[in-house]
Design a protein around this ligand. Structure first.
Ligand SMILES: CC(C)(COP(=O)(O)OP(=O)(O)OC[C@H]1O[C@@H](n2cnc3c(N)ncnc32)[C@H](O)[C@@H]1OP(=O)(O)O)[C@@H](O)C(=O)NCCC(=O)NCCS
Length: 418
């Protein structure tokens, strides 16, 4: 079956996670993604190697559905070949440190001149403007700078990073959106453009409700002050860490420890707002006495007194497994999810049925498991193929796209251009 992005060619000059996660999605959706690496390759090929001399799993899970070429863009021939490739592709994606492409001699103006239809998509730590524009970044730095860390963790304890790579793969997802929008605009204008996503911007965007919460509280302080309450400096107030209890949205919910009490035997459940469901939830937990208890009988009361309520219902969770609680609550229309370990994820029938846990054959590694494409298109099914070995398709791409002869390609190899 034809794929959504069939016919689009992407030159993928990415490394680590933010860039590769973008181009992998484009590959899943059917684009011809050509990963272009230096002779030392994407550094992640060697990160945390578990099989000697084979590409790491880190590289494998982020670079499926791509072809791979090796090209020394610092050499004269390399620059020439790179220019020729730019003329043949729709999109260049890169996530180098600030100014790297410029230093290689490829400014936006030059690339636009080579191929006016080219879209140049860049993931940066902090973007090309602003006081931090010259800074490099990795995941935890983006989480720290984007407001995620200061709002994640438990009161009175140190800030925490999330286990989810929101700054890296979050940025990759945003970059895909930007590229697709630029491709659509190009349909009307005939021209490419620059697309930029900063990791810090991505994290701030994901922390939107924390920014909302800050303003909510500052507004409340200002109103209280008018009514005679003491002044609170709005610049010294900040959103506090509240563990697993939501801050700002007023939704009541937390993690509850379940039987048999192992490290990941928890559920996250919401304590419902709707009056009829509140009764159902109390009955399901065997705590009918709480339904009309004035401390908890309205959503406002439940929010205000949530810390008083949680210990009262703990016994229900301690006597059921996380799977039983999840089943029972969802059967009754109450949102509840088990805290799934990595083993639970890899064995999840749900994820397997949704092609989210997929086995991939690799020439050096045998079979490994990758996470599938989270975007499901009914007319563009995703088939996951192995990531390229370093330079695996150099000869193929140079012959097919640029028309180089075997002899010319041999010369490039001898001179270590490819
Ligand atoms: C991730 C990051 C911190 C890594 O920094 P780094 O290891 O110093 O790598 P850089 O991207 O700065 O530089 C890559 C170098 O390889 C060179 N290079 C890359 N591809 C090349 C090729 N095909 N041929 C020759 N040289 C190449 C570049 O020219 C550059 O060399 P230079 O330092 O002489 O300019 C940095 O790339 C960064 O901040 N990126 C933006 C944010 C980001 O995506 N972070 C990762 C999140 S997962």
């Amino acid at each position: 079956m034809e794929k959504a992005l069939a016919g689009y060619r992407v030159l993928d000059m990415t490394h680590f996670q933010a860039g590769p996660s973008c181009t992998q999605i484009m590959g899943f959706l059917g684009a011809d993604v050509i990963k272009l690496e230096s002779h030392s390759g994407d550094i992640t090929r060697k990160s945390g190697r578990d099989v000697p001399d084979a590409d790491s799993l880190y590289f494998a899970v982020l670079n499926c559905n791509k072809r791979g070429i090796k090209l020394d863009v610092k050499s004269d021939d390399g620059k020439k070949i790179f220019s020729q490739l730019l003329a043949k592709v729709d999109v260049l994606v890169e996530n180098f440190g600030p100014g790297t492409l410029d230093r290689l001699g490829f400014t936006w103006e030059k690339m636009h001149e080579i191929n006016p239809r080219l879209i140049v998509a860049s993931a940066k730590g902090f973007g090309s403007a602003g006081p931090y524009s010259k800074f490099k970044a990795l995941e935890a730095i983006a989480q720290a700078m984007g407001g995620a860390m200061s709002t994640t963790g438990f009161p009175g304890q140190a800030p925490l990073t999330s286990g989810a790579y929101i700054g890296d793969s979050g940025t990759g997802g945003n970059l895909v959106t930007g590229v697709l929008a630029a491709l659509l605009q190009r349909e009307r204008t005939g021209l490419g453009q620059q697309v930029e996503v900063a990791m810090m911007d991505t994290v701030v965007n994901l922390c939107r409700l924390k920014v909302m919460h800050h303003q909510q509280e500052v507004n409340k302080h200002a109103m209280a002050e008018k009514a005679g309450a003491p002044h609170i400096d709005p610049d010294s107030w900040y959103v506090k860490r509240t563990g697993n209890v939501s801050s700002g949205t007023r939704q009541v919910g937390t993690t509850f420890k379940c039987a048999p009490g192992g490290e990941n035997d928890y559920v996250y459940t919401y304590i419902v707002d709707k009056p009829e469901l509140w009764r159902v939830q109390c009955e399901a937990m065997g705590h009918e006495e709480l339904v009309n208890d004035p401390r908890f009988s309205t959503p406002e009361a439940r929010y205000k007194n949530q810390y008083e309520m949680f210990p009262l219902i703990e016994d229900f969770f301690m006597t059921h497994t996380k799977w039983e609680v999840m089943e029972l609550f969802n059967k009754n229309g109450i949102a509840c999810g088990a805290v799934q370990s990595s083993a639970d994820i890899l064995n999840s029938d749900h994820l397997k049925q949704r092609d989210m846990v997929v086995e991939v054959q690799h020439p050096q590694r045998g079979t490994f498991v990758n996470v599938g494409c989270p975007i499901k298109l009914s007319a563009s099914p995703v088939e996951i193929t192995a990531p390229p070995l370093l330079g695996e398709h150099s000869e193929q791409v140079l012959a097919e796209l640029l028309g180089y002869t075997a002899e010319q390609i041999g010369g490039f190899k001898e001179r270590k251009v490819i």
